[in-house]
Write a protein that binds this ligand. Sequence first.
Ligand SMILES: NC(=O)c1ccc[n+]([C@@H]2O[C@H](COP(=O)([O-])OP(=O)(O)OC[C@H]3O[C@@H](n4cnc5c(N)ncnc54)[C@H](O)[C@@H]3O)[C@@H](O)[C@H]2O)c1
Ligand SMILES: NC(=O)c1ccc[n+]([C@@H]2O[C@H](COP(=O)([O-])OP(=O)(O)OC[C@H]3O[C@@H](n4cnc5c(N)ncnc54)[C@H](O)[C@@H]3O)[C@@H](O)[C@H]2O)c1
Lengths: 207, 207
Amino acid sequence: EIPEVVINRLPVYARALADLDSQGETVVSSHTLGEMLDVTPAQIRKDLSYFGRFGKQGRGYHVPSLLTRLREILGLNRHWRVALVGVGRLGQAIAEYNGFGPQGFHVVAVFDENPELFGKAIAGTTVRDSAELDGYLQATPVDIGIVAVPAVAAQEVVDRMVAGGVRAILNYAPTSPLVPAMVTIRNVDPVLAMQSMTYYVKRGETT
Amino acid sequence: EIPEVVINRLPVYARALADLDSQGETVVSSHTLGEMLDVTPAQIRKDLSYFGRFGKQGRGYHVPSLLTRLREILGLNRHWRVALVGVGRLGQAIAEYNGFGPQGFHVVAVFDENPELFGKAIAGTTVRDSAELDGYLQATPVDIGIVAVPAVAAQEVVDRMVAGGVRAILNYAPTSPLVPAMVTIRNVDPVLAMQSMTYYVKRGETT
Ligand SMILES: NC(=O)c1ccc[n+]([C@@H]2O[C@H](COP(=O)([O-])OP(=O)(O)OC[C@H]3O[C@@H](n4cnc5c(N)ncnc54)[C@H](O)[C@@H]3O)[C@@H](O)[C@H]2O)c1
Ligand SMILES: NC(=O)c1ccc[n+]([C@@H]2O[C@H](COP(=O)([O-])OP(=O)(O)OC[C@H]3O[C@@H](n4cnc5c(N)ncnc54)[C@H](O)[C@@H]3O)[C@@H](O)[C@H]2O)c1
């Protein structure tokens, strides 16, 4: 079982390698990669060692092949179908987010319970009644669900996604929905992010 | 120097302890805390050891005093002034986010460059012209800046925040703005979160 912190670093490595690749760099050392990402070279070597032998000692990594390998490991070389539930202020911003498409994440369906939003054109599709979510998921496989509803509604929406076969959920509501073991959930939590920053601000004040 | 991954876990510990405290629990073992948070008991003990001796071997941690100590370490026992730049779809959802206030994060000023938004009432304040950002920051200290503008505008907004004395930045734009060493920045990046989930979805498909 590979530690989750390692898996969480791989997309960061892949993005850095993609940048190098687009700049025409063919070799990179763990030292240079570490400097780019604020990760120690030893940590990079250890993380990659879970997946096989990459690069030769002292010669660095071959950028295109390491990038290809990481994309395979993470499943980034395919397309992923995404369903969004909750198309209020945040949901509309997410539906229009132009960072998803180029990385193979396609918002294929959006749902809301507010009848005023039904049929509204957004992100190349139209808003559906969230009462249809269950039926939609029975008929059409979806890989990733995004939750952008108020906290009180989040657990119910997550449960319906899981029952409909969704195995990865990105939750923006300020709550930690429970999911069964075979489902991965990530909570986007600005408060936790801020609370980890205040440690540094506080420290800076006394130095 | 305490590793950043450790600092990032402390708010998660504090939140779990606050939940236990509100339920009237006075003692918790590293084992129970670990089960709640999917972190090994050894990792919890190691993380806390950076900050002193807590709890007695075999007797667990005293919930109220560990919570108080963590809140002190992270600076959660005070109020933090937050400024938001970009009050479009996402910015409005952030300004109204009701998770900030109870944790001591107060949005004190919001800015945008769109004249149609100037003076609009939001989150207990009114939208200011972002041209006034620099003057505002000279006159009024702000601890945390939130960036909710398009990617092309993010670096410039960050630079102005830093020049105005802001030392912690939460960035939602799909880009990685550069900041000087004394500034902490966190990027809210849904694509990286999704890319770390696809590893598990892909693995689940083959098992
Ligand atoms: N994590 C973050 O960074 C962040 C930032 C801002 C807001 N938020 C959170 O995102 C959520 C949405 O915020 P918002 O400002 O867009 O709110 P909003 O009220 O504008 O939108 C919520 C939408 O969800 C819909 N909805 C409610 N219950 C539903 C259900 N059971 N099924 C389907 N649709 C349902 C509503 O009709 C509405 O359109 C809130 O939970 C908020 O706290 C998170
Ligand atoms: N990280 C996430 O989870 C997430 C989700 C959705 C959107 N986003 C990102 O958030 C940002 C905002 O998205 P949105 O949907 O609200 O866009 P939007 O176009 O609705 O809002 C952007 C706002 O920024 C203002 N603005 C632009 N340049 C500015 C500048 N230099 N100074 C001050 N204000 C300026 C605009 O006037 C507008 O009001 C985008 O970068 C988007 O990619 C991030």
